[in-house]
Design a protein around this ligand. Structure first.
Ligand code: AFP
Length: 345
């Protein structure tokens, strides 16, 4: 019978989990632990705002002044500022970069520069906010490359292979934080009653048998032959395998999260729709690399169609990339179709 009495001895808070992970690294100084904990706080603060999203109509429109005399901001701008403010003075970071900002975000001179670099997408899927659909925050943490003083652009332009930790917060039916610091992927759900993230998904592994594929099928006419053939394959049109179900939310964090738990692939291929973005829409540093890191840690894989997203040397902060992330077998299949039909190899 289902036991409704919770076993309180088994409740693991995110703080305890991160601390226990740190214990397996005797040389660890605790700075990364603190940084991850700062990001959990970020999640709680943003979640409290996103759940009030629909109230913007009542409390004031973007640009207007609310009853506290403050300017009402769009949620993505607000999230961007919050992450910056919660992290610029801690002494843990050398530099930051955000999907919402053109240039790197330096640590103010009056604060100590630390040894880590934080890259983030403050509110991914923000075009979904108005429709009460899940959105998320993605983060990526690297060790600085420069020796001391203010961090620089080069500190931010690192391959995903050098990630120290990465994760996301998903603001959905419940708020979750999912992260990896290189020893598996772990998921925590925010218990709004106690205001803590509790371990609910220890050591997540992507199921071997994929269930879903996620792509904006509306762009099919703009895809290459290789991509079209690959999606035919996913749909089971070749008659070799049963087709997968299509699920596409248009919030990458939510699409990725579902496929991580259920098995499947998310793709945003290159397309010819907008000549300004020949590599598709998604950004390597803020979306591709961190989610690729999590996929690998959960037994999955990633690719830009030719190579792992983790092996691409970024040349610019906002570099875009074609993207395939999910079950290893499907990612390899995508590369195979692209090699055969698009690269003629
Ligand atoms: P927004 O943050 O502008 O809503 O973009 C979301 C996103 O970067 C990613 O989360 C989605 O998976 C993808 O774009 C959706 O893009 P399409 O609308 O072109 O399918």
């Amino acid at each position: 019978m289902f036991n409704q009495t919770p076993d309180h001895t088994k409740i693991i808070t995110i703080e305890r989990h991160i601390l226990e992970e740190q214990r397996s690294y005797p040389e660890a100084t605790g700075v990364l632990t603190q940084l991850l904990y700062d990001l959990a706080l970020v999640g709680k603060v943003i979640a409290s705002q996103t759940t009030r999203g629909g109230l913007a109509e009542i409390l004031g429109r973007e640009g207007s002044i609310n009853i506290q005399g403050e300017e009402v901001m769009k949620l993505d701008v607000l999230a961007d500022r919050m992450i910056k403010r919660l992290n610029d003075h801690t002494g843990r970071l050398a530099v930051m970069a955000s999907e919402e900002q053109e240039d790197i975000i330096p640590i103010p001179e009056n604060y100590k520069a630390g040894k880590y670099v934080l890259l983030y997408d403050p509110l991914d899927g923000s075009s979904n906010i108005d429709y009460n659909v899940s959105i998320g925050t993605i983060f990526a943490i690297y060790r600085r490359k420069s020796k001391e003083g203010a961090g620089n652009l080069e500190d931010c332009l690192q391959k995903g292979r050098h990630l120290v930790a990465a994760g996301y917060l998903i603001y959905g039916a419940s708020t979750m934080l999912v992260y990896s610091s290189g020893t598996g992927v772990h998921g925590f759900t925010l218990d709004p009653g106690v205001g803590e993230f509790l371990l609910t998904h220890a050591n997540i592994r992507m199921p071997e048998k994929p269930k879903y594929y996620s792509v904006n099928q509306g762009y099919e006419q703009y895809w290459s032959t290789g991509v079209k053939r690959f999606v035919d394959y996913l749909q089971g049109k070749d008659g070799v395998k049963k087709g997968l179900s299509l699920r596409y939310i248009g919030s990458m964090v939510a699409d990725f999260h579902r496929n991580l738990l259920a098995g499947g692939i998310y793709l945003y291929p290159a397309n010819t729709k907008d000549p300004k973005y020949p590599h598709g829409k998604l950004r390597l540093l803020y979306e591709g690399a961190p989610l690729a890191f999590l996929a690998e840690q959960a037994g999955g894989a990633s690719s830009d169609g030719r190579q792992s997203l983790l092996d691409i040397q970024p040349r610019g902060l906002h570099q875009r990339t074609p993207l395939y992330i999910g079950s290893r077998e499907l990612v390899e299949k995508a590369e195979e179709f692209i090699r055969e039909y698009d690269l003629g190899e």
